[in-house]
Write a protein that binds this ligand. Structure first.
Ligand code: PHE
Length: 457
């Protein structure tokens, strides 16, 4: 059976669709919401530098390996992994990488839909003018009104998951492919518009200094672990999204070049989002960059509420965030849907609804973390904090480590080179060096030091 024939889910129309889909997966709440506030709380420049180095030296090589595994298997991550393991005569334990990934994906989707729901709510709040002339106190009160109201959170979470189900139901070409072909260019145009607005009306130079002035004295191992976790999270690595999308990649597209483009787009969006958000936030005095998760939902709205045309720009901004989240969330759902279709021979719609409902139910844990269960913490973690930490800082790096070691040392060489035929010798050598040694050593040491730092210091 040829690889192409095995792909029961279909193939992207072109390499460009793959790029849009993978960029859509990569660019999400990680770039728009998490990156700015995490960079803010770790002091800016030095953190940003470590983050970008992690993307280039760990993220890109691992992403190539993930695409390769997907395209080699042309099935869901679980079955692609199983087949690669069997074809390489290797111990069957390696196939758990696929399982780890699908589980991480559903965990992430569960909280992702809740946070994306906040963005949907803010589109309405901005459009209604609730934040006109708001000060910090009022914006904080509006944000608590939202997060302390479980029913309102559940309503938006449900709507957001419904939007994802709608796209995934259409399948690879008509659903995911068509959606990203429209959404991604729209997202870029909106983001560039926001950048222009921020340059004209915000404090652009302060934002620039904050993101690019490097001061290593404030950098801790914990910050490095966060930077690496964020690099994995933002590139959608280590959990099968990129593997699943790789399974639909045309056979003649170059993996190396394509992945570099996706990583470049993703980093650009994070940096531009950071510049936009901090320019706007710094334009209003008295707001700290280290505002934490509320940065986008408290500090930014205050600024929007007090700037010329700010309310309209605010609406555009939160639509942009919602689009970014939407195109990522579909990639969290797709790997599990593809697997359930293969394993249980059921239709796409059924698989889709079953899994989205599962994520929805698990998401209630996140919903309640902000209200009725806000005080139920273990080691200082609410349910949401725990899921966020467990996925981004543990499951994704572990999955990435497994993928790097498997493709680097275990997978049959001819299977690997068969997928990388377009790469020249030097590039191949660099990739192997990064994949076999650099990435695993970096992931393992950052992991150990970061966990030690977080829990024992
Ligand atoms: N990359 C997405 C973001 O930055 C999140 C994501 C993680 C999506 C893992 C898919 C898989 O928001």
């Amino acid at each position: 059976m040829s690889n192409q024939a095995k792909g029961m889910h279909g193939i992207w129309t072109s390499r460009w669709t793959f790029i849009m889909a993978a960029t859509g997966s990569a660019v999400g709440l990680g770039n728009m919401w998490k990156f700015p506030y995490v960079a803010g709380s770790y002091g800016g420049g030095a953190f940003v530098l470590v983050y970008l180095v992690c993307i280039l030296l760990i993220g890109v090589p691992v992403m190539m390996a993930e695409v390769l595994l997907g395209r080699q298997g042309r099935q869901s991550p679980i079955n692609s992994m199983r087949e690669a393991v069997a074809a390489s005569d290797s111990p069957s334990g390696w196939r758990y990488i696929g399982w780890l990934g699908i589980t991480a994906g559903l965990f992430i989707l569960s909280f992702y839909a809740v946070i994306a729901g906040w963005a949907l709510d803010y589109i309405v709040q901005m459009a209604r003018g609730d934040l006109r002339g708001a000060d910090g106190e009022m914006a904080a009160a509006l944000f608590s009104n939202l997060t302390e109201n479980p029913l309102r959170l559940i309503l938006w979470q449900t709507i957001f998951l419904g939007l994802c189900v709608g796209v995934v139901a259409g399948g690879v070409k008509k659903g995911l492919g068509s959606a990203v072909e429209v959404l991604m260019p729209l997202l870029f145009v909106m983001l560039l518009g926001m950048l222009l607005y921020a340059i004209l009306n915000g404090n652009f130079s302060a934002a620039w200094d904050f993101l690019f002035a490097v001061d290593f004295s404030s950098l801790t191992w914990r910050a490095v672990l966060e930077a690496m976790g964020l690099a994995f999270f933002t590139l959608s690595l280590g959990m099968g999204s990129i593997m699943a999308y790789g399974a639909y990649m045309p056979a003649d597209a170059s993996i190396g070049k394509t992945v570099l483009i996706v990583a470049l787009f993703d980093s650009l969006v994070a940096i531009i989002a950071g510049l936009v958000i901090f320019s706007i936030v710094f334009s209003t005095t008295g707001i700290e960059p280290s505002a934490g998760p509320g940065l986008m939902f408290i500090s930014l709205p205050v600024a929007f509420g007090n700037m010329p045309g700010g309310l309209l720009i605010g609406v555009v901004f939160f639509i942009l965030v919602a689009i970014a989240a939407w195109s990522s969330a579909i990639s969290l759902l797709e790997p599990a849907v593809a697997w359930l279709m293969e394993a249980k021979h059921i239709g796409r719609i059924t698989a889709n609804v079953v899994l989205a409902s599962l994520a929805w139910a698990l998401g209630l844990g996140t919903v309640f973390s902000f209200n009725i269960a806000a005080d139920m913490t273990v080691a200082g973690f609410t349910f949401f904090d725990a899921l966020d930490f467990l996925t981004a800082n543990i499951m994704l790096p572990l999955g990435g480590l497994g993928i790097a070691l498997f493709v680097g040392f275990v997978m049959k060489r001819e299977l690997v080179s068969g997928q990388m035929s377009e790469m020249n010798g030097t590039a191949m050598g660099m990739w192997r060096l990064a994949l076999c040694y650099l990435a695993p050593v970096a992931i393992a040491s950052i992991f150990v030091m970061g966990i030690y730092d977080k829990f024992f210091l």
